[in-house]
Design a protein. Structure first.
Length: 230
């Protein structure tokens, strides 16, 4: 087997579990919060589940992480199928919308903290598997914080956009909510188009790194301190 393929397989082996845990539990948290706040749509459809197969999105969970892996990206990124929520069925819809939207990133931060605490146990594992477990846990921390920070950007359909719509006064919330139909295009422009165009003009402008990577690094340090690993 060519060395390059072996290397990719080794890298993939320490990212697959973190990706599946991060995106699966993120979406399950949305569904659980909606169920507890009055909307059982996700529960009826089986989306309040720890089974990754119920949440896998072919592009966001499989193709995009695989592409980033092949491109030797410094980290992987992805998402699962959005959990369906009927906000009209929620008790106190505006308040509940905020709580449902925030549940996903909150789960990611909780997973990151649990992974950081688990690093204390790595030294007690057999030497043959300890480094592999350690890399999985480090990647689990990184990926969950990236997902949480990215999803909390105040742009619908991201979770932060829904939180902002629920918290802002109607005069500001309404135009922000109307951006949802363009949200994915704006995200693609921020993540891929802007850096590409800037390089064509000899610049190095990466808005994703500016608005996500900086906060991610800061929050990872905070989590590490809180977990006693730094």
């Amino acid at each position: 087997m060519p060395a390059e393929i072996v290397n990719i397989a080794l890298i993939a082996s320490v990212w697959i579990i973190p990706v599946l845990l991060a995106v699966t539990l993120h979406e399950a948290a949305h569904g659980w919060a909606a169920w507890k706040l009055g909307d059982d749509t996700a529960k009826v459809l089986g989306r309040v589940s720890f089974n990754p197969l119920r949440h896998v999105d072919p592009f966001g969970t499989v193709l995009l992480p695989s592409f980033l892996l092949l491109m030797s990206s410094p980290f992987l990124f992805g998402w699962a199928k959005p959990v369906p929520v009927n906000f009209l069925r929620l008790r106190e819809p505006r308040r509940s919308m905020v709580l449902v939207a925030a549940a996903g990133p909150a789960m990611n931060f909780a997973l990151a903290y649990l992974a950081a605490l688990s690093l204390h146990l790595v030294d007690f594992l057999p030497t043959g598997i300890a480094p592999w477990i350690g890399e999985n846990l480090i990647n689990l921390i990184t990926l969950n914080v990236v997902l949480a920070v990215f999803n909390m950007l105040p742009l619908p359909p991201l979770d932060g956009g829904r939180v902002a719509v629920g918290l802002l006064p109607p005069v500001l919330a309404a135009p922000l909510a109307r951006l949802e139909r363009f949200g994915f295009a704006i995200i693609v422009a921020i993540m891929f188009l802007a850096p590409y165009l800037s390089r064509q003009f000899g610049q190095d402008f990466d808005p994703f790194a500016l608005i996500v990577i900086g906060p991610v690094n800061y929050l990872i340090r905070i989590i590490a301190i809180a977990a006693g690993i730094q």
